[in-house]
Design a protein around this ligand. Sequence first.
Ligand SMILES: [Zn+2]
Length: 467
Amino acid sequence: MTLYDTIIRNAEVLTETGLITTDVAILDGKIAALLPSGAGAASAIIDGVGQTLLPGVIDIHFHIRAPAYPDRGTVESETKAAAAGGITTLFEMPISKPCCNSAERVEMRKAHFAEHARINFGIFGAPGNLTAEAVGAMADAGAIAFKIFTTEAPAGRDDEFFGLSFPDEADQMQALKAVASTGLPIVVHAESAQLLAVSEAAALKLDLANADTHLAARPAVCEAVAVAKLLAMNMEAGAKLHIAHVTSALTVDVLRHFRGTSDFSAETCPHYLFRTHDDVRKAGVFAKINPPVRTQRDQDALWSAIADDTITHVTTDHAAFSHAEKMAGANNFLQAPPGTPGSEVLLPAMLDAVSGGRISLDKAMALLSANAAHRFGLPAKGRIAVGADADIVLVDLTATTEISPQTLHTFARDVAQLYHGARFTGRVQRTIVGGRTVYDDEIVGAAGDGRFAAPTHPIRPDARMSA
Ligand SMILES: [Zn+2]
């Protein structure tokens, strides 16, 4: 008889055919068998009674920026925080100092993350000089996907955004085509640089300490116009296009209008689904995020976009800044750095939406895990099935998660004001990565427990040669 490494007994397990009570056996980092209650033998037994076993979250939008900016958190601190949030794989965005815009830098970040990560990691590339050769080399190095911004690089941060920011439409088109040649997805932070310039100039005359000024500086039309143009371009470019952090009813309308015209997908984030501009007013610049958290009407539109699969991914956009950096912009919404930590909020918040009857557990985990595995070429992840990676999370659907500086693990626990005091029904009990427990109501495991996640898209050599 097989001696398994671990068996999780008597949990309710979310499988591809729904929620069933079964024992789950793990061997060599994989799910080896689904067993009747009490069957099989293992070196370690985990009692799952009263708990629910889910596929681990695949967070496709994460900013650690390491090895740069250790004062904002490190791979170790932020992957601990991710583990505590039930995230088993994160995709690190290319913003770093310098920007991750070449095969060499993809390799450097892979090595850095391999040494320090507690969970699995994919590495985004920035398409750099926009040639098929450059993006092909990054794809060969194992980049999970590519990212571009349609906005200008923020003032003074050119090296972090070099080969990443493309406000010019001709460059955006070239980026779509170059990345299409690799078969990998291209993720876009979409806001019109030209419309932003006008509204930001007008906002300079307003009260800079007032949160309303941030909304005035980045109106929804900036996002909607950039998305519409990209979707029109993609009808020609044929990329696997993914729109990052959709925030508005207007953009949801645009996405619906273009449905079926090319291969595109879209995401939103917990701050847009669970918070509104009223909360930003209370939290101040700590809740400054680009694009901004908007109105209740926008939030309602995002939930309706989830309901009809216009939006198929929910991600953290975890972006920690130090308390000092946020405070330096305390009275200036235009200058304060944008971003909030969300890795310990995402799953509890979505489980809360499940317990409140807003969405099914199935749907929540498709948004957080299964759809990401499918879209980004990780067929062994995002599901609990024999042969899949044992990247899984045990949750208590009835227990409460309290968010406060005392409960958070992220280095940015003091800048999570948007969520301080929040209580969600649904709690992460244990996070297992590749068969190893990395969180068990407290951080366990070791730096280096995470594995590099390389995608398995078929590279399209014919497309690549003609690009
Ligand atoms: Zn981001």
